[in-house]
Write a protein that binds this ligand. Structure first.
Ligand code: GLN
Length: 496
């Protein structure tokens, strides 16, 4: 009996190694994922596919490059010349970008082939990926549940084994929350690492691109490829990057200089664990993860970060404020949707925006415009900026004491479809554990832990700015002693 892992269950790094060593054929690997991407189509994680007829053949041409011709999907907020970019909005229907996003370019240069663009919450605003224009992404573990958002399509595509890796973006949790809901690993790097060039802006001082894949090792490998300075993005830091992958490889090889469990001091937040919205199953999963680290010698320290109490409120002021400004460019003149027979310029603006934007986007634009308006700016926007500073200070203090902070990624597991009928604040509360990392610019990851009631659960590590390597390495350490990240919805279907 063969014990070989099926191609669809192999991690990106295993696939790359297999192709580079000649044990796997790039075109066979590619075709296997393409077939699955088409077979699992009903989960609606893709908004469009590349022409798949020649894709496997194209893979062969790139088999010696770092991404070995693998078919990779991009979230539909990254501009691609080859496929339309809608950002999940009717406003950008049919928009063809004249250039590629920096991350799209570096991914292609490294030898990946573009499989397609993934579904998302409109303009990356939301936590469910129940897109008002293109329909909901279905959670591969149970099609009655959401995949999370806003990068729900990317997370579902990786979980359903339609691609070995998909790009995503994280403004308040949009890489980590869907990764948690779908049982995959999602990494949000330090703010300012991967370039934002060609990424449709939501809230520019928060937006960060990153990967969703099966493992932390895959995220690290890919991160090193796409993480580079870029003059076209002034917030992309200019210093040379240090590769993260060697530190994770050292762990895999059990090298003397590798990070060990007993070198880790991990903070945790008892007040968050007492959070009224925290599911019992998620809490149990947290306790189990903590115990797994402790059993191997990691030290845990209880932390109190008082300002985090205000994080959610500050985010839902600042992010809409930036969004209202960023989205003013969609005026019906320059991009995408334009209303029919405009009677005047004002009518053109009004109706194009009314027809092109969905409900949640309009709510954010209104909120943002309100908090920036005269008379309310000091009361809301300025106060929220002060809170942002306090949060950064609290984290700086905490990271003098601990290497990383461990929390659940989300208070609950995936919720049933139909979130639009729910109170928006209830949905915003989903982001309570992920938002602080965006306010402070920290690197953070979500990785699968023990499931609850048959649905995946994610744990989150946050690290100090530029300590991406430690965030990834500690997660990789955990994934060398546990198998939660190997659980696959495909195994569930075939057993059923
Ligand atoms: N759920 C959050 C929001 O709706 C985060 C979105 C994101 O990270 N893009 O704003």
């Amino acid at each position: 009996m063969s014990t070989q892992t099926p191609i669809l269950e192999m991690s990106l790094t295993e696939l790359v190694d297999g192709i580079h060593q000649g044990n796997l054929q790039a075109d066979v690997v590619s075709q296997t994922y393409i077939d699955q991407a088409l077979a699992a189509k009903e989960n609606n994680s893709f908004l469009c596919y590349s022409d798949t007829a020649d894709l496997a053949k194209a893979s062969l041409e790139h088999k010696e490059k770092p991404l070995a011709g693998l078919p990779i999907a991009h979230k539909d907020l990254f501009c691609t010349q080859a496929l339309p970019t809608t950002c999940g909005s009717k406003m950008l229907a049919g928009f063809m970008s004249p250039f590629d996003a920096d991350i799209v370019e570096s991914t292609a240069d490294a030898g990946a082939v573009l499989l397609g663009k993934t579904n998302m919450d409109e303009f990356a605003m939301g936590s469910a990926s129940e897109n008002p224009h293109f329909g909901p992404v279905l959670n591969p573990w149970n099609h009655g549940y959401v995949a999370g958002g806003s990068s729900g399509g990317s997370a579902a595509a990786v979980a359903a084994r339609m691609t070995p890796l998909a790009t995503a973006s994280d403004t308040g949790g949009s890489i980590r929350q869907p990764a948690a809901f779908c049982g995959v690993t999602g990494f949000k790097p330090t703010y300012g690492s991967i370039s934002r060039w060609g990424m449709v802006a939501y809230a520019s001082s928060f937006d960060q691109a990153g990967p969703i894949a099966k493992t932390a090792l895959d995220c690290s490998y890919y991160f090193d490829i796409v993480n580079r300075p870029d003059e076209k993005d002034t917030t992309c830091y200019s210093a040379a990057r240090k590769a993260t992958y060697p530190a994770l490889q050292a762990i895999s090889e059990n090298a003397d200089n590798a990070l060990k469990f007993d070198q880790l001091t991990i903070g945790y937040l008892p007040t968050w664990l007492a959070h009224e919205g925290l599911d019992a199953g998620v809490r149990e999963s947290f306790e189990k993860t903590k115990a797994e680290f402790e059993a191997k010698g990691a030290k845990f320290v209880a932390l109190e970060l008082p300002s985090l109490h205000y994080a959610l409120a500050a985010y839902y002021i600042l992010a809409p404020a930036e969004a209202s400004s960023n989205l003013s460019r969609f005026d019906g003149v320059r991009f995408g949707h334009q209303c029919e027979n405009p009677q005047s310029l004002e009518d053109l603006y009004k109706r194009s925006r009314q027809e092109g934007f969905g409900f949640e986007v309009k709510r954010r634009i209104l909120t943002g415009t309100f908090v920036l308006s005269e008379g309310f700016f000091d009361a809301y926007y300025k106060q929220a900026q002060k809170i942002r500073r306090l949060i950064k200070n609290d984290f700086d203090k905490a990271f003098k004491q601990v290497d990383l902070i461990l929390t659940p990624t989300t208070p609950t597991t995936a919720f049933p479809l139909g979130s639009a009928q729910r109170d928006p604040v209830e949905i915003y509360l989903q982001d309570v554990f992920t938002i602080p990392a965006n306010l402070a610019g920290l690197p953070a990851i979500s990785f699968p832990s023990a499931p609850a009631k048959g649905m995946p659960v994610g744990m989150q590590f946050m690290g100090q700015c530029f300590d991406d390597e430690k965030v990834l390495a500690a997660t990789h350490l955990y994934q060398t002693i546990t198998d939660w990240h190997k659980a696959s919805p495909l195994a569930q279907t075939s057993e059923a």
